[in-house]
Structures are given as structure tokens and as C-alpha cells.
Design a protein around this ligand. Structure first.
Ligand code: NAD
Length: 333
């Protein structure tokens, strides 16, 4: 039996995680969920959007899956999503983008993986006002974190039988920070002679991904570039509604869709549950439940390919829960 922490999230998070939970349970695997909340909704009760008992639950169970959580813009509390990754040292963010038949997209046969460093760079939150009209953020890059994330990318490539790792940077301009990241990447690459290694400037990488995404395989990069390029890759496969993700550390892992809380659709049973369901697929694979993982992936792929019981973003009229019902029918046969 697996004990898994389920953080429902806010906005559309609760309806998405409910759809995901029902789909996972349809595979018949034995899971006990510890369902908890985080974000703005728990501020009044606990005085923090990320209460200690949520962190403790993840530390105890080692595996968590979450819905998206809203971050107030400009003022208010810092991102719960970023805090979670930092607190639990979930240093690697894994975001695969693969084409699914039946999804309208400008591209076919995409199979890319972004490995994003999750703990430093401009997202470390080292920010201050210099005076009323000037603000600054420090971009912090360390050799240790850079080597660790590139090593993770190579190990992942090895495990998944992938052929190439591309390091993405802007070392021509940020010679110290991105220069250090690139130096670390080149150093780690020497230990993996069987896997091709190359590097690209981030601006060029954006153009290359739009013009010829099939030339790439696993891409590894620091936090900000990873955040932006994973949305770009989600765009290549047909949008955020189908893009899953995982945040992986040495002790625990938190699985979540790439997209945000889509607050305008909250409670409307409208948004696509695929990204959250495919995050569960990554989770099942990670915990060794390969048969259940495959059922979830195949069931979801078949519903999307049939194109009948799909949500608005995939050209259908089904709601979140109806799409989940259709996937469950596929799984239970
Ligand atoms: P968003 O991803 O919520 O929405 C962007 C666009 O994609 C919107 O048009 C939305 O309707 C659409 N969309 C998103 N998910 C969809 C789905 N499952 N099916 C169909 N369409 C979908 O991005 P945003 O509007 O920039 O962010 C909203 C909030 O989410 C913000 O507070 C942001 O900070 C937060 N956020 C959280 C996470 C996370 O929890 N990891 C990630 C990104 C953004």
C-alpha cells in the first residue's frame, strides 16, 4: 500500500485533483491519500499559506501530488509552489512534453524533456528595494547545484534510453553565473561519454525549438529559463492543459501539472484534467507501479484520440469530471 500526500490546491486545483484521484483509483492500486490544503485559503487558520503539517506529511510519505496554487502578484505571500520546492529541496523539476494523437497542434511527434534546476537562480528570492524607484534581484548560481542538476539530467537520459542532453544558458552575457553553469555542465558531461552533449544559448534555443523541435531530446537549464521553456514546450504539444510535471529531491517528490490555477474557471468543471492525470502517471511510474502508470497513460491517450469526451481546450464540450469518467471507462474496460 502506498501512502501519498494529496494537496488539492486552489482555483481549479480541487476539481482537477479529484478527477486525478478517481482515475488513479480506477487502476485498482492500493493508495491511502493524506488530503491537505495549502495556499491563500488556509492563511486565516494557520497564519501561513504553507503550514508545517503539510511539509511534515510530505516528508513522512515521501511522495505527494498537488493541484496548482495561486500566487498573488506584486505583494502578499511568496509563492507556495516555490517555497515547497525550496523547503523540501526538490532540486530537479522534470517536465516532459510528448505529442498525444487527437490534440490539435502545429507539431507532431514531439518528445522533449526539460530538466529545470529548482532551488536557485533569480527565483531564490534574494530581492530588495534599493530606493523607492529601484529594485534588484540577485541571480545566484552555485557549482554544486549546477553539477547536481546536470548529473540528474544525464542519469535520467541514461535510465530512459535517451540520446542527447542539451545545456541551455546565456553564458556569453552572464559570464560568471551562466558561465559557471556551463562549465559545470561540460564537466559532468565528461562522465557520460555514451550520451551526446551540446549547449545552446537560451534565445537561440527558443528559435530552434519553434523551427525544429525534433532535433532535441533532454534539455537541462537553470530555474528561470526552465520555467519559460517548459511553457514553450507545452505550446508545441497543444497547450498547458496536457503538460505534466514532477519536482524531485533526494528525500521526496512532488508531482504537479505545469499549468497554474486558472482562477477564472474555478468551480466551473471546465478545465482539462489531463496535465494533473499525467502528473499521476509520472508519479505511478516513479513509485514502481508501471502497470497502473501505463493504464493511466493509455486510457487518457485513447479518450483524447477519440475526441468525444474532451474539454473545451481540446475542441470538446465535456467537463473536467466527464473527461475523467471517460478515462475511467477506458481503464476499467
Ligand atoms: P494558468 O496556467 O493558470 O493559465 C494560463 C492559461 O491556460 C489560461 O488561459 C487558463 O485558462 C489556461 N489553462 C490553464 N490550465 C488549464 C487546463 N487544465 N485546461 C485548460 N486550460 C487551462 O496561468 P496564470 O493565469 O498565469 O496563473 C494563474 C495562477 O496560477 C497564478 O496565481 C500563478 O501564480 C499560479 N501558478 C501556479 C502554479 C503551480 O501551482 N505550480 C504554476 C503556474 C502558475
Amino acid at each position: 500500500m502506498h501512502k501519498i500526500t494529496l494537496i488539492r490546491g486552489d482555483g481549479t486545483g480541487p476539481e482537477l485533483t479529484e478527477a486525478m484521484r478517481r482515475v488513479v483509483e480506477a487502476t485498482g492500486i492500493d493508495i491511502e491519500w493524506e488530503t491537505l490544503d495549502a495556499g491563500a485559503g488556509v492563511m486565516d487558520k494557520y497564519g501561513t499559506p504553507l503550514p508545517d503539517h503539510v511539509l511534515e506529511s510530505i516528508r513522512r510519505n515521501k511522495i505527494a501530488i498537488k493541484g496548482p496554487i495561486t500566487t498573488p502578484i506584486g505583494s502578499g505571500f511568496r509563492s507556495v509552489n516555490v517555497a515547497l520546492r525550496k523547503e523540501l529541496n526538490l532540486y530537479a523539476c522534470l517536465r516532459p512534453s510528448f505529442s498525444l494523437k487527437g490534440v490539435k497542434s502545429l507539431y507532431k511527434d514531439i518528445d522533449l524533456v526539460i530538466v529545470r534546476e529548482n532551488t536557485e537562480d533569480l527565483y531564490a528570492g534574494i530581492e530588495r528595494m534599493i530606493d523607492d524607484d529601484t529594485a534588484e534581484t540577485i541571480k545566484r548560481i552555485t557549482r554544486g547545484a549546477s553539477e547536481r542538476i546536470v548529473d540528474f539530467a544525464f542519469k535520467y537520459a541514461q535510465k530512459e534510453g535517451r540520446k542527447k542532453v542539451t545545456a541551455v544558458h546565456k553564458a556569453n552575457i552572464m559570464k560568471f553565473t551562466d558561465g559557471l553553469f556551463l562549465e559545470a555542465a561540460r564537466h559532468v558531461a565528461e562522465s557520460y561519454p555514451d550520451i551526446e552533449f551540446e549547449d545552446r544559448l537560451v534565445d537561440n534555443m527558443c528559435m530552434q525549438l519553434v523551427q525544429n523541435p525534433w532535433n532535441y531530446d533532454v534539455m537541462v537549464m537553470s530555474n528561470l529559463y526552465g520555467d519559460i521553456l517548459s511553457d514553450l514546450c507545452a505550446g508545441l504539444i497543444g497547450g498547458l492543459g496536457i503538460a505534466p510535471g514532477a519536482n524531485i529531491g533526494e528525500e521526496c517528490c512532488v508531482f504537479e501539472p505545469v499549468h497554474g490555477s486558472a482562477p477564472k474557471y474555478a468551480g466551473k468543471n471546465k478545465v482539462n484534467p489531463t496535465a494533473t492525470i499525467l502528473s499521476a502517471y509520472l508519479m505511478l511510474k516513479y513509485i514502481g507501479e508501471t502497470e497502473a502508470a501505463s493504464k493511466v497513460l493509455q486510457g487518457t491517450a485513447r479518450v483524447i484520440e477519440a475526441g468525444k469526451d474532451v474539454t473545451y481546450d481540446l475542441g470538446g464540450t465535456a467537463g473536467t469530471s466527464e473527461m475523467a469518467d471517460a478515462i475511467i471507462r477506458e481503464i476499467t474496460g
